[in-house]
Design a protein around this ligand. Sequence first.
Ligand SMILES: Nc1ncnc2c1ncn2[C@@H]1O[C@H](COP(=O)(O)OP(=O)(O)O)[C@@H](O)[C@H]1O
Ligand SMILES: [Mg+2]
Length: 291
Amino acid sequence: MNDPRIRAASAVAASPSRTAARVGTPPVIVSRGLTVGYNLHRERKRLTALRNIDLTVKRGEFVVLVGPSGCGKTTFINAVAGLVEPWEGTIEANGRPVTGPGPDRAMVFQDYALMPWRTVESNVRMPFEFQRLGLTREEMDARVRRYIELVDLGGFEKSYPYELSGGMKQRVGIARALVCEPDILLADEPFAAIDAMTREAMQGELERFVAKTGQTVVFITHSIDEAVTLADRVAVISYRPGQIKEIVEVNLPRPRFGYDVKTLAEYGELRDHIWRLVKDEAFQASRGERR
Ligand SMILES: Nc1ncnc2c1ncn2[C@@H]1O[C@H](COP(=O)(O)OP(=O)(O)O)[C@@H](O)[C@H]1O
Ligand SMILES: [Mg+2]
């Protein structure tokens, strides 16, 4: 019974679909007919980045967006974050229309976006300077300590970003996003710049964090393996203007890093299916970019 494949396979049989288990769970993000674009002033035209996106994300769900470069993935999470406005349609977070950024939504950026002149502790504390959460000084200190520990950076509080590896910098970015205890974690290719081994470890850590915190996650990646490894559902976005091509349910057992899910037949099938969906779009994107 120590063979991880047997454990994993029996867990597949034993664990009901996480999505099915969420029937009746309230939606946290609701996008209805969302169309977003940009006014290109130099070219004097309007570019539609995303068109008619209908997507509902339930509390505690982990949704991954995949699709070719330029299909509007970042635009979608920026709309959830309140950083861009819809042209048409609506976007709601926690039952309210999104009108701007708020402490219920936090972003983890691909390029870390740390302040180089601030220590780890000071970077993690930064959101408290912008958001009034009604916390006392002691409560803020305790949260900073808790999230630095959670991302295993205890002992590095006084280090500066230049003293850290890529994986450590990204963990600072994650701690900074978590310190406000947001309901919704938005992650834009957060592990893209991290080497392959650290990346797998970070995926495991992220799964562990969100299992503890129960957060709702919208995560962007170009890696289909990363998508299948992390997601409850994978939304495949088509080439520009981005539309949802298909939503693929991933009912693999959790914790995925406790089991060797990659050895399961279902894993390979999901991977192939998503790859086939993405491949055509990526091909179109590469032709579009050459034009
Ligand atoms: N601030 C902006 N101004 C003008 N065009 C933009 C801006 N941000 C993104 N775009 C364009 O919108 C489209 C979608 O971009 P983006 O959401 O970044 O795609 P993805 O994250 O999927 O690569 C692209 O064609 C991109 O060039
Ligand atoms: Mg992007």
